[in-house]
Ligand binder design. Structure first.
Ligand SMILES: Cc1ncc(COP(=O)(O)O)c(C=O)c1O
Length: 491
């Protein structure tokens, strides 16, 4: 069915899933069905405090008016169509296992066992998971690095061009754009290169669900030529944690495989509150997206200017963009370096949390990241500015903080991640594991960039990098032994 633009606008002001839930609850049918709490009647008071009585009354699924995520024909279908329309995609799939789930679906839909997929090394671990599930063969590409800040930017079109020449058999390239730090890649140029070689562009857009609502932000992946984009609606917009969307462009993608993969990987009992929250987050953006995201942009720019006016603090901005790995910046991500104060990012995070009661999104060796979202107002901005100003006065050290923390070179892949995942392994001392094949993924989270992936040969550089990051107090994720006294290696 095609709608006029006036009708489309009107449709956007509805929330079909939330409306159907309310209707079912109001119908008052006696519940001889799941969930066990029976619309809140049996809920423990603690649960009732967490979720309102109304929320529990509506927390049911699979009734005829509530539709089925696995074959939507009613309110879920309508809500997904509205989301696709608002995001300018041909289809939107609601995901109840976060963007991790959406990325797994992209990989399972686009790749078959043995297919080569090109990936940036700064891929989130969900991509490694996608590779294991699909049985694909990854070829990791080096992202551009900003050596000064010690952070990975995007893949350059030149790197993609060369990889495509060297691996003409590849089926797809998956990129993360924007990065955690808000750096967007040259997606349109990358899409052109891939499409001219019959390859797909899959985008991990976990940090980009808000981009479409401000012209001051880089274009979202769907508008830049991506075939699929996985967005964490819950990260930067107003849906509940764990709820995400997979956006798809028709043409090169096998839509039936997307449907089948989404159904294979998702629960048959999706939480209706999560689905409704996606529906409502989309409604909120349809109603006020430009105003709210526009406000976040202005507040973030004010914060950045304030930070750059304090001796010892620095926040990079658009001046660092326009390089091969950085097309544009999502300015609502405000990365603040404390090097000039003599503090590591981890130290700054601890002081902010325990002295000023400010929690940042992540801390790395040099900097911390503050996310300003559509929910922030001048009140939060002024509090944060006051905290940073005071911190600069009270915690300044004599010497600038400096660290040798070059990210190690990508290790050699000796066996595929899937083979490594399913093979037998045993633990050996990490410090004496050089030359062995890792059975585990090892990374610091955030920002979730693997130092080692399953199937890769452990190098001295990997061991020394891990030890230096641990000494800074950064947290390891991935290995069985989270202190990494021992690492699991192939037998
Ligand atoms: C770049 C990136 N991709 C994917 C994910 C996974 O998203 P989710 O937590 O919604 O599963 C994250 C989560 O932090 C991320 O930072």
């Amino acid at each position: 069915m095609s709608w006029s633009s006036e009708e489309k606008k009107k449709r956007q002001h509805r929330a079909p899933i939330a409306e159907a839930m309310r209707k079912y609850a109001e119908d008052g049918a006696l519940a001889f069905h799941t969930p066990g709490h029976k619309q809140g009647i049996g809920a423990h008071p603690l649960l009732r405090e967490l979720v309102t009585a109304q929320g529990l009354r509506e927390e049911v699924s699979l009734m005829e008016e509530l539709d089925d995520l696995h074959g939507p024909e009613g309110c879920i279908r309508e809500a997904q169509e509205l989301a696709a329309e608002l995001y300018g995609a041909d289809a939107a799939y609601f995901m109840v296992n976060g963007t991790t789930g959406a990325i797994h679906v992209m990989f399972m839909a686009a790749l078959r066992p043995g297919d080569v997929v090109l990936l940036p090394r700064n891929a989130h671990r969900s991509m490694t998971g996608g590779v294991v599930l699909a049985g694909a063969q990854p070829v990791f590409l080096p992202p551009e690095m900003d050596e000064d800040m010690g952070i990975a930017m995007g893949l350059s079109p030149e790197t993609v061009e060369q990889a495509v020449r060297e691996h003409p058999e590849a089926k797809a390239l998956a990129v993360v754009s924007p990065t955690y730090y808000g750096v967007a890649s040259h997606l349109a140029a990358i899409a052109d290169i891939l499409h001219s070689h019959g390859m797909l562009l899959l985008v991990d857009e976990a940090h980009g669900a808000h981009l479409r609502f401000s012209d001051a932000l880089p274009p979202q992946a769907m508008d830049a030529g991506a075939d699929m984009a996985a967005q964490s609606t819950h990260k930067l917009l107003g849906s509940m944690t764990q709820s995400s969307m997979l956006l798809v462009r028709k043409g090169r993608v096998d839509m039936e495989r997307v449907r089948a993969a989404s159904s294979l990987l998702q629960t048959t009992s999706p939480n209706q509150l999560l689905l409704a929250s996606l529906d409502i987050a989309r409604l909120q953006m349809a109603e006020k997206g430009e105003e709210l995201v526009g406000r976040a942009v202005l507040l973030a720019e004010e914060l950045r200017a304030f930070v750059n006016g304090i001796r010892g603090l620095h926040s990079f901005g658009r001046e660092r963009m326009g390089t091969p790995g950085a097309a544009g910046l999502d300015v609502t991500k405000v990365t603040v370096s404390f090097r000039g104060l003599g503090l590591s990012g981890a130290e700054a995070e601890r002081i902010l949390r325990h002295v000023y009661k400010v929690q940042c999104e992540l801390a790395d060796a040099y900097q911390v990241l503050f996310i300003l979202s559509y929910a922030d107002t001048r009140r939060e901005l002024e509090y944060l500015k006051a905290a940073l100003g005071d911190m600069a006065d009270r915690y300044r050290k004599e010497k600038e903080f400096a660290l040798e923390c070059d990210f190690p070179k990508i290790p050699v892949q000796r066996i595929s991640p899937r083979e490594a995942f399913f093979s037998s392994s045993h633990g050996v001392g990490f410090d004496s594991s050089i030359g062995r094949i890792s059975a585990e993924q090892v990374m610091f989270y955030p920002p979730g960039i693997p130092v080692l992936c399953p199937g890769e040969e452990i190098t001295e550089a990997c061991v020394s990098y891990v030890r230096r990051m641990q000494a800074l107090g950064l947290k390891l994720v991935g290995p069985r032994d989270l202190k990494l006294h021992e690492i699991q290696v192939m037998k």
